[in-house]
Design a protein around this ligand. Structure first.
Ligand code: HAM
Length: 419
């Protein structure tokens, strides 16, 4: 038997209900903040991500699905959206059309990570990129949107963590301080952290090893080494979140695993999804657009993992969205009326009434069972004495009330559904 690839998942009809509910909510909230949707291709030239995300990151170093096409061009399935959005922003000169571009997306992403609960190889993100504002209020806005979406889904066990990693020069100073602190502790660090010490020292904060955590707990903190602008911007972010009533904590170890960040970084974590607890993450990336060949444009954004969010919803019993019921089921009492029933079903569907009908000439009892399975709000019977009198019998499945409707009076059936 051929099975789905490890780390990928079929989204079956019962789950799709939850996905569409979430996607609609996401679109509504982004629209409320005046964000416009952007869609980019599934694959891009590999160098976009290598340059955008950073050669030394786990994503570029270990996780990308990269392949050569028939012409020998190296292509990569997108592991994240920020680099793709920036590429599109530059390519289509979006900054010239409008000084501030507020964009959102919902899209599959691909990373060859070790699959586990909440971690997949094809997963889905929704997210936002705000291009063209250096205001820390824009940072606060994207954090507020992310939080608003999660809370609107019914999630409660959430922690908003924020940090500032400053501008590159301040960060370089801090890295030197950190290197000095860790120099004589190097033998006690894990092998992975030793490699990070050489290549990407801040990422040692992401180590899950107990001893590494202990060592890093006493490390100097980045917020003590920030430049003045980053510090005052960070202050504005905190004040804006306070004024919006968003609870948050400052976590100086929040460095994030992508290289493009400057100043604000943030994550929202759930206490209900185990080790893969980050439901979303983001931050400011003021230098990326220039690095990818565009004119200097400050930017900020975030992305959230849909699978993880739905897992958190399930574990918190957050939303029990069940709109799988249909409006009306047509029960054919006399088999020779099947064509009449079919004609009626087409008419009702044209009038936006969600209708189902039996094509396999089953007994009335079997059809009623089916109507119950589909949670039909009403059942319409074709046949019997009512039909001879020129009427359909319609039963309200919730109250049990029945009423006769003349065969040609489709409008009164529509009225029952406000359609
Ligand atoms: P990221 O932290 O790599 O950031 O991913 C954002 C979210 O995607 C994570 O918090 C997580 O919920 C989800 N996610 C990541 N990897 C997986 C996986 N293998 N399986 C399931 N879910 C996953 C970014 O992608 C940045 N582009 C965010 C950003 C936008 N920063 C600025 N703008």
């Amino acid at each position: 038997m051929i099975r789905a690839i490890t780390g990928t998942k079929d989204i079956l009809p019962n789950d799709v209900i939850k996905w569409t509910y979430l996607e609609q909510l996401v679109k509504e909230i982004f629209t409320n903040f005046n964000y416009k949707e952007i869609r980019t291709p599934i694959f891009e030239e590999t160098q976009l991500f290598a340059r955008g995300i950073g050669e030394e990151t786990d994503i570029v170093g270990k996780e990308m699905y990269t392949f050569s096409d028939r012409s020998g061009t190296s292509l990569t399935l997108k592991p994240e959206m920020t680099a793709s959005v920036v590429r599109a922003f530059i390519e289509h000169s979006l900054g010239k059309l409008q000084t501030l571009n507020k964009l959102f997306y919902i899209s599959p992403m691909f990373r060859q990570e070790k699959p586990q609960a909440g971690r997949f190889r094809q997963f889905h993100q929704f997210g936002a990129e705000v291009l063209g504002s250096d205001s820390p209020l824009a940072d606060a806005e994207v954090i507020i949107i992310a939080y608003r979406i999660l809370v609107s889904l019914g999630l409660k066990d959430l922690r908003v963590k924020i940090n500032s990693i400053g501008i590159p020069s301040a960060r370089e100073n801090y890295k030197t301080v950190l290197r000095n602190y860790l120099k004589d502790k190097l033998p006690d660090l894990t092998e992975e952290s030793k490699v990070r010490f050489e290549k990407n020292i801040l990422r040692i904060f992401d180590s899950k090893a107990e001893n590494d955590i202990k060592i890093m707990q006493n490390a100097p903190i980045i917020t003590d080494y920030l430049d003045e602008q980053s510090l005052s911007d960070f202050q504005v972010v905190k004040e804006a979140l306070n004024s919006a009533g968003i609870p948050f904590e400052v976590d100086p170890s929040l460095v994030r695993g992508l290289d493009y960040y400057t100043k604000t970084t943030f994550e929202i974590v759930s206490g209900k999804v185990g080790s893969q607890s980050a439901l979303c993450g983001g931050g400011r990336y003021d230098l990326l657009i220039n690095e990818l060949g565009g004119t200097d444009t400050p930017a900020v954004g975030f992305a959230a993992g849909i699978e993880r969010i739905l897992l958190a919803c399930e574990n918190e019993n957050a939303f029990t969205q069940d709109d799988s019921s249909i409006d009306l089921y047509i029960v054919v009492i006399e088999k020779n009326l099947d064509k009449e029933a079919f004609r009626l079903s087409c008419l009702l569907r044209e009038n936006k009434i969600i209708t189902e009908i039996d094509y396999s000439a089953r007994s009335v009892k079997a059809q009623m069972r089916e109507a119950n399975k589909f949670k039909a709000k009403f059942v319409l019977f074709i046949g019997g004495d009512e039909y001879k009198e020129g009427c359909f019998n319609i039963k309200n499945m919730e109250t049990g009330d029945q009423k006769k409707v003349p065969i040609n009076d489709i409008s009164s059936i529509c009225a029952m559904f406000n359609k």
